[in-house]
Design a binder for this molecule. Structure first.
Ligand code: PLP
Length: 375
C-alpha cells in the first residue's frame, strides 16, 4: 500500500510548464510574475493592496515594523500556533503576551484577550488554527474599543471566510502563508494585505534592503530593510494555484465531512469544530484520549506509519519551548493550549486525496486505537 502523507501539494502540469517557462525566460527572481501574482491576490482581497514575500514570517515581522511596534510594546497572541507567531514579536524587540485558547475552537480566547490588555498593548495577533477563523466581529469590536491594531496571522487561512467575506478581504493587516503545506502554495512564500496604498512604499523598502530606485538609475536607502522578496519562479506556482483555490477548499470540506461520518465515536477522539461554512479545513486534527490509552502519542504515530499513514503534530504549546520558558512561562500557564498541544494529531487531508483514503485512515485509527483503549 502506498504511503499517505498528512499533506501533499497539488500542482498541475500547466503550472510545472509555467515554471519551466520562467526558468527559460532569463528572469528568475522578482519580476513580472510577482507583479501579476500581487495583482491577482489583490483582486481576491477585494482590491486591497497586497504584496508578496519569501515567507509569511517575514510578512508578520514587516507588519510589526509598519505599525512601529518594538521595545516596550505588548502584542497579545496565542501559544497554540507555529512558533513563528511568537518569534516575530521577539524579533522586533516587543513583548509577546500569550493568553489561553478556547478549548472548543482551539483559537485565542477573546475574553482572555480583553482581560490581558494593558496601557502597553499595541496589537492583537490572532491565528486561525487549522483554517477555522477567529470570530472577526468580536475581534475587531475589541480592537476598536481599545484602539488596538490587529495583525492577523492568517498563515493557514487562504480560502477561509468570515460570514461570506474571504479572509484577507477585510480587517487590519493580514499575513497569509504560501508554504508548501498550506492550502495555496508557492513552495515557500507569503503575502501581506496592507491597509492602503500609503503603506506600500515603506513595505517595499522593508522587503528589500530599504532600496528606493530613481528613474535616472540612481538609488537611495533610508531604512535598514531586510531581504524578503519572492522569486518569479515561486510566484508562477502561486498563479497556477489561485484558479483552483475554491475547488481545493470544497474538496477539503468534503474530505473533512467524510472523516466526521467515518471516525468511530467509540474511539473517544475529540473532534474539531464541524464548521463547513467558514473553515478552509487546512488540517483535520482530533485530540487523542490519552488518559484512556495504553499508548503514547509517539507510539500512535509510529503504528500509523507502519500502516503507511503519515500523522503530523501542529502544534505543541509554544510557551513551553526552552526559549519561552527562559523568558518566564511555565507548565500550567495555559491549560487548554497545553492539553491540546499534548494530544493533537494531524490526519491526512489534502485535495489530492480520495474519500477511500479517508476511509483507510479511519480503519487504521480503529485498528490502532481499539486495542489500546483501557477498559
Ligand atoms: C505556516 C505558518 C506560519 C509561517 O509561515 P511561513 O510562510 O512558513 O513563514 C506562521 N503562522 C502559522 C500559524 C503558520 O501555520
Amino acid at each position: 500500500m502506498e504511503f499517505l502523507p498528512f499533506t501533499r501539494p497539488t500542482i498541475d502540469e500547466a503550472t510545472i510548464q509555467g515554471v519551466v517557462d520562467v526558468l527559460r525566460s532569463g528572469w528568475i527572481t522578482s519580476g513580472p510574475r510577482v507583479k501579476q501574482f500581487e495583482a491577482e491576490l489583490s483582486a481576491y482581497c477585494g482590491g486591497r493592496p497586497v504584496r508578496v514575500l519569501s515567507s509569511a514570517t517575514a510578512g508578520m515581522e514587516i507588519a510589526l515594523q509598519l505599525l512601529d511596534i518594538g521595545p516596550g510594546d505588548e502584542v497579545i497572541t496565542t501559544p497554540l500556533s507555529w512558533v513563528a507567531t511568537g518569534n516575530v514579536i521577539l524579533h522586533v524587540g516587543a513583548t509577546p503576551v500569550f493568553v489561553d485558547v478556547d478549548p472548543i475552537t482551539r483559537n485565542i480566547d477573546l475574553d482572555a484577550v480583553e482581560a490581558a490588555i494593558t496601557p502597553r498593548t499595541k496589537a492583537i495577533m490572532p491565528v486561525d488554527l487549522a483554517g477555522l477563523p477567529v470570530d472577526r466581529d468580536r475581534l475587531y469590536d475589541i480592537a476598536e474599543r481599545h484602539t488596538l491594531r490587529v495583525i492577523e496571522d492568517a498563515a493557514q487561512s487562504m480560502g477561509a471566510n468570515w460570514q461570506g467575506k474571504p479572509i484577507g478581504s477585510f480587517g487590519d493587516l493580514i499575513s497569509i502563508s504560501f508554504h508548501a503545506n498550506k492550502n495555496l502554495t508557492t513552495s515557500e512564500g507569503g503575502c501581506l494585505v496592507l491597509n492602503d496604498e500609503s503603506q506600500v512604499a515603506l513595505f517595499e523598502k522593508l522587503r528589500l534592503q530599504g532600496v528606493v530606485r530613481f528613474a535616472d538609475g540612481g538609488m537611495d536607502v533610508d531604512v535598514a530593510g531586510g531581504k524578503a522578496n519572492l522569486t518569479d519562479i515561486a510566484a508562477r506556482i502561486g498563479l497556477g494555484q489561485l484558479p483552483y483555490l475554491q475547488a481545493f477548499t470544497d474538496k477539503r470540506r468534503e474530505l473533512a465531512r467524510h472523516y466526521f461520518s467515518h471516525i468511530d465515536p467509540a474511539l473517544g477522539l475529540e473532534l474539531p469544530v464541524a464548521d463547513f461554512e467558514h473553515s478552509n479545513w487546512h488540517m483535520f486534527q482530533p485530540l487523542l484520549p490519552l488518559q484512556r490509552l495504553k499508548i503514547s502519542r509517539g507510539e500512535f504515530i509510529e503504528q500509523m506509519k507502519q500502516r503507511q499513514i503519515g500523522i503530523g503534530v501542529h502544534y505543541p504549546a509554544m510557551h513551553l519551548f526552552t526559549l519561552y520558558r527562559k523568558l518566564g512561562w511555565k507548565q500550567g500557564d495555559f491549560p487548554h493550549a497545553e492539553r491540546i498541544g499534548q494530544r493533537t494529531v494531524t490526519l491526512p487531508l489534502f485535495p489530492g486525496m480520495s474519500l477511500a483514503d479517508v476511509e483507510r485512515v479511519c480503519e487504521s485509527l480503529s485498528a490502532v486505537l481499539r486495542p489500546a483503549l483501557i477498559g
